[in-house]
Ligand binder design. Structure first.
Ligand code: NAD
Length: 478
């Protein structure tokens, strides 16, 4: 029997739920997509008339939302109602690392997933296919199935039955729409062939059949964690080599190019930067570490843990270099920080290298002026856990008496006056065209550019009279 999906509910309107359902609504016009969330503000933002105020910034997203919103794509907080009406439900809620209790610091916190499953269990009617979109530890589908199966014991009037599928999302923020429209592969893990085919039918509206892979549910869950672990490992590997380049005279860009041309290795995820960020890499690797420890595979656990450790070390290495180059102290020195998002083309700052680096610089007493084209001041304050200060830093008595530094936000690039250094942390396109010969005149000499993303034009920066440090640059520029 072929199951035909007519009404989809997605629980969680975040960086994954929103863009994923937007793309699905574009290609599956005959299906209604209800994206629901408990966060009223987020839903209001998704419904904002001004498409520049959507809660997620992704190139190409607003164009799709403008066409499908209120046609076959709806955003609301009507969680119960949407579950009732759905024949397929995507669970796309957050699964951060547990902060306390068993597995704290490593295991995923599944309380949001569990709440979702309970909500589905008590409200679904008839047969419902439940799809895990969130990244989950191996065997979570079993937990979800158990909670769902308890539905009929909850004195519910209507009977219900469920199939659970795993359909992990491989999109990368910043290129989410492209990744969703042209996925390398779509993974569908499950036991029930009909349910798997029903989901596959939806994808086949735009994904070639050969790119849709069927696996068992556990392989699908583990494949997602492994995929992120392998990508993060490449970044940690190349960042560790950047440190060797700096002391030997090799150039990390040349090394990357040379090894990336090896077809067995390939060129992606080989660009050295300030360390990986984003909500997924660290949490998914730590999840893998926890899983390995749980099964007594301690060597496997240590192997993957080191990928995270070297990333943290690399971030602190950048702060140390800035302090060292500015004569061992950055107290009361103005430093312009370019970029706060964990990478370009996203407004997401979760686990951004900028958070640790800016916190460390503030601890060293620096005055930061932070610019980012898509991240706002409130988000930065939440991340740094330090209030921004007024523009008149140095007249602030508290500041003079206090060793701790300060920060303020700017949404324009008119911020170089009296700065000692510029630190590039995110590879936004607009930073590539900064007029360095103009900027240098405003700054305190010797003026420094620290480029952790290798995006500035070396010749122009040097010609302007700057001292330049670039990640993985073994050639002395002083
Ligand atoms: N961000 C990425 O790049 C990415 C990529 C692939 C997979 N994933 C995975 O997808 C999942 C979601 O990630 P995200 O970045 O979209 O997270 P997010 O925090 O941006 O969004 C999750 C949303 O779920 C909502 N929510 C939580 N509990 C709820 C409930 N009971 N009912 C209704 N709404 C609820 C939250 O309010 C939030 O808006 C995670 O498991 C993540 O690991 C993320």
């Amino acid at each position: 029997m072929e199951l035909k999906i007519k009404n989809v509910c997605c629980i969680g309107a975040g960086f994954v739920g929103g863009p994923t359902m937007a793309v699905m609504s574009k290609f599956c016009k005959e299906i209604i997509f209800n994206v629901v969330d408990i966060n009223q503000k987020r839903i209001d933002d998704w419904n904002n008339e001004d498409l520049d105020k959507l809660p997620v910034y992704e190139p190409g997203l607003k164009e799709i939302v403008s066409k499908t919103r209120n046609e076959n794509l709806f955003f609301s907080t009507n969680v119960k109602e949407s579950i009732k009406n759905a024949d397929m439900i995507f669970i796309s809620v957050n699964t951060p690392t547990k902060k306390s209790g068993l597995g704290a610091g490593k295991a995923s916190d599944l309380k949001w997933v569990e709440n979702c499953a309970r909500e589905v269990s008590s409200n679904a009617i008839g047969h419902t296919i439940v799809v895990e979109k969130s990244t989950l530890p191996v065997k979570t589908a079993e937990v979800i199935q158990k909670i769902l199966n308890s539905a009929n014991q909850n004195n519910k009037k209507e009977t219900s039955s469920f199939d659970v599928l795993s359909n992990p999302e491989f999109l990368a923020e910043g290129t989410a729409i492209k990744d969703l429209e042209y996925p390398d592969r779509v993974l569908i893990g499950g036991e029930n062939k009909e349910a798997m085919l029903a989901l596959s039918q939806m994808y086949q509206n735009w994904v070639p059949k050969k790119n849709i892979l069927f696996t068992n549910i556990w392989s699908s869950e583990l494949a997602k964690l492994t995929s992120n672990a392998f990508l993060a490992q490449r970044i940690s590997s190349i960042n560790s080599i950047s440190a060797i380049c700096e002391v030997t005279g090799a150039d990390i860009r040349e090394v990357s190019r040379a090894i990336g041309r090896d077809s067995r290795i390939g060129s992606k995820f080989l660009e050295s930067g300030p360390g990986f960020g984003g909500s997924c890499f660290k949490k998914d690797i730590l999840n893998l570490v926890y899983l390995s420890e749980y099964f007594g595979l301690m060597e496997v656990a240590r192997f993957w843990e080191e990928v995270v450790n070297i990333n943290t070390w690399h971030q602190s290495r950048i702060t140390k270099i800035v302090v060292e180059k500015l004569f061992g102290s950055i107290s009361q020195k103005k430093i312009v920080v370019l970029g706060f998002a964990f990478k370009a083309n996203t407004n997401d700052t979760r686990e951004s290298a900028a958070i640790k680096i800016c916190k460390d610089l503030i601890m060293e007493g620096a005055e930061l002026v932070i610019h980012d084209p898509k991240v706002n001041s409130i988000q930065i304050e939440n991340d740094l856990q330090v209030k921004p200060s007024s523009e008149n830093y140095c007249q602030d008595e508290n500041y003079i008496n206090n060793q701790l530094g300060k920060w303020r936000f700017s949404n324009n690039l008119n911020i170089f006056e009296n700065a000692h250094a510029v630190l590039v942390l995110t590879e936004w396109e607009e930073y590539k065209s900064i007029k360095w010969d103009y900027v240098v005149k405003k700054m305190v000499k010797p003026a420094w550019v620290f480029d952790s993303r290798s995006i500035v034009n070396v010749d122009l920066v040097k010609k302007a009279g700057f001292n330049l440090w670039r990640v993985g640059d073994g050639i002395q520029k002083e």
